[in-house]
Design a protein. Structure first.
Length: 436
């Protein structure tokens, strides 16, 4: 059978990884796919570099439209990134009847609904395993392996850059900017690294997982997003003393009132496997009603780990290309006419536990004032740490861990605590998940 012809848009970090792995493992991949998979055309702005990298094995052009308009191309891989030109190219490729593989979570989180609808109408596949957690086959697990389950929640370390930053800062005492530069050098960070450190990239991925897990449209605009830039070393230390680690988690959970979709720094018990995921590694914990908890771990970024997922999609499309569209796995796991309109909850309506750090004057009765407010707000305390003031100081920290409560209760209680005359400045509030 003649080989499948692939056009690659963008031969940067992931594009080159894909090109190299496909070339290196071509025989093995052909045995699995049933026919050869061949990159015959590459588009990149820097054609000189692209020609050097591809060594004359395929046609190199600087206009991506030449790839998507070429009738010989069966599958287009979009590895440019962003939702400007990449969106135009993906939509045009679909309109031209091409199957699409993309690692572009930003594009899918923002415009997934429109893209999947267009693909559905045209009868082509849009595959995106690499868009969430790099090399970990989490999309396949959620869409296929766990299909018997009613998914209850997902919690994941799904941004390698921030996990790398948190790990290096804690283990090596390096400062934030130095570690971020290293993550950029290693090819983990996004073109705009604020997407990583402000939690946006993780929220893109959590949004995609939420849609697949619960059969709802892709709704990035409803996600609650907090990054790691405001996290303080003091809180990382106190958390450790209480037996917790702080990780940037993407969480989505089904509740009777709606769906929680949030990204924020989170305390998790140090004894959980996921708390020990370090460096650029990713891990996703999925709780299904039948299977219970399952954990997926691996490299979440980098050239070849991400290429592994891109090529898995190429093989899937190659195997399924001749199947009737209605016999393929639906893009968002659920049949398009069976999507739910379950609302995504505002952050004030979520329920979780909290870490509170309160800076107080070291005076008699301070603690009673704080605990009184929490009791009046029906917030119960799970653990507490009261530090002695440092020598010569008149202020100290009280750290409290609460049991589960609604976010709006905690926000109201914090406002009252901050108004106490003995409390200094703002209360630090970090969410806590037991993940049990
Ligand atoms: P890079 O910036 O390394 O690569 C992008 C490539 O696209 C560059 O070679 C760039 O050329 C080229 N390009 C830009 N505009 C055009 C255009 N109009 N036509 C053709 N080529 C163009 O990005 P990555 O490989 O890191 O990321 C690609 C995608 O994969 C992104 O969506 C990213 O979010 C996603 N991803 C990345 C991961 C990673 O570990 N890096 C992991 C998982 C997903 P030039 O450099 O000359 O501008
Ligand atoms: N910038 C992303 C990360 C790349 O650090 O996880 C992988 O999606």
């Amino acid at each position: 059978m003649k080989s499948i012809k692939v056009g690659l848009l963008g031969i940067g970090t992931v594009g080159l990884g894909t090109f190299n792995v496909l070339k290196r493992n071509q025989e093995e991949i052909k045995r699995r796919a049933g026919r050869g998979i061949e990159i015959t055309m590459v588009a990149d702005l820097n054609t000189v570099r692209a020609k050097e990298l591809t060594g004359g094995t395929c046609e190199v052009v600087n206009d991506a439209n030449m790839v998507i308009n070429n009738p010989d191309i069966d599958i287009v891989i979009e590895l440019i990134g962003g939702y400007g030109i990449a969106k135009d190219l993906v939509m045009k490729a679909i309109a031209n009847g091409k199957h699409v593989v993309t690692a572009n979570k930003a594009l899918l989180a923002m415009h997934g609904t429109e893209i999947f609808k267009a693909a559905q109408e045209k009868g082509v596949m849009v595959a995106f395993e690499a868009a969430v957690a790099g090399g970990i086959p989490i999309i396949k697990a959620l869409r296929e392996g766990l299909t018997a389950n009613r998914i209850q929640w997902i919690a994941g370390i799904i941004n390698g850059t921030t996990n790398f930053i948190l790990s290096e800062m804690r283990d090596k005492g390096l400062d934030f900017d130095t570690v971020l530069k290293e993550a950029q050098r290693l090819g983990y960070a996004e073109a705009d690294p604020t997407f990583d450190i402000e939690g946006v990239d993780a929220a893109h991925k959590a949004t995609i997982m939420s849609a697949i897990a619960f059969g709802i449209p892709v709704q990035f605009d409803k996600a609650h997003v907090e990054g790691i830039t405001k996290l303080q070393a003091t809180d990382i230390r106190y958390a450790e003393q209480l037996g917790y680690r702080i990780k940037l988690l993407g969480i989505t959970r089904r509740t009777p009132k709606g769906i929680e979709l949030r990204v924020h720094p989170t305390l998790i018990p140090a004894k959980r496997l996921i708390a020990n995921v370090e460096g650029a590694m990713n891990a996703v914990l999925v709780q299904g009603d039948a299977v219970g908890a399952t954990l997926y771990y691996g490299k979440g970024a980098g050239a070849e780990p991400t290429a592994s997922a891109v090529i898995a999609d190429l093989v899937d499309i190659t195997r399924l290309a001749t199947a009737d569209p209605e016999h393929r796995v639906p893009h968002l796991a659920f049949q398009p006419n069976a999507m739910a309109d379950t609302p995504i909850l505002p952050i004030s309506e979520i329920t979780t536990s909290y870490y509170l750090r309160i800076r107080v004057a070291d005076k008699l009765g301070v603690l009673a004032g704080v605990t009184g407010i929490l009791a009046d707000s029906t917030i119960s305390i799970d653990a507490m740490l009261q530090k002695e003031p440092a020598e010569g100081e008149t202020q100290t920290d009280i750290i409290m861990l609460t049991h589960q409560t609604q976010e709006k209760n905690v926000e109201a209680a914090i406002a009252k605590i901050e108004a106490l005359p003995t409390v200094v400045g703002k209360v630090t509030r970090i969410r806590l998940e037991e993940l049990s």
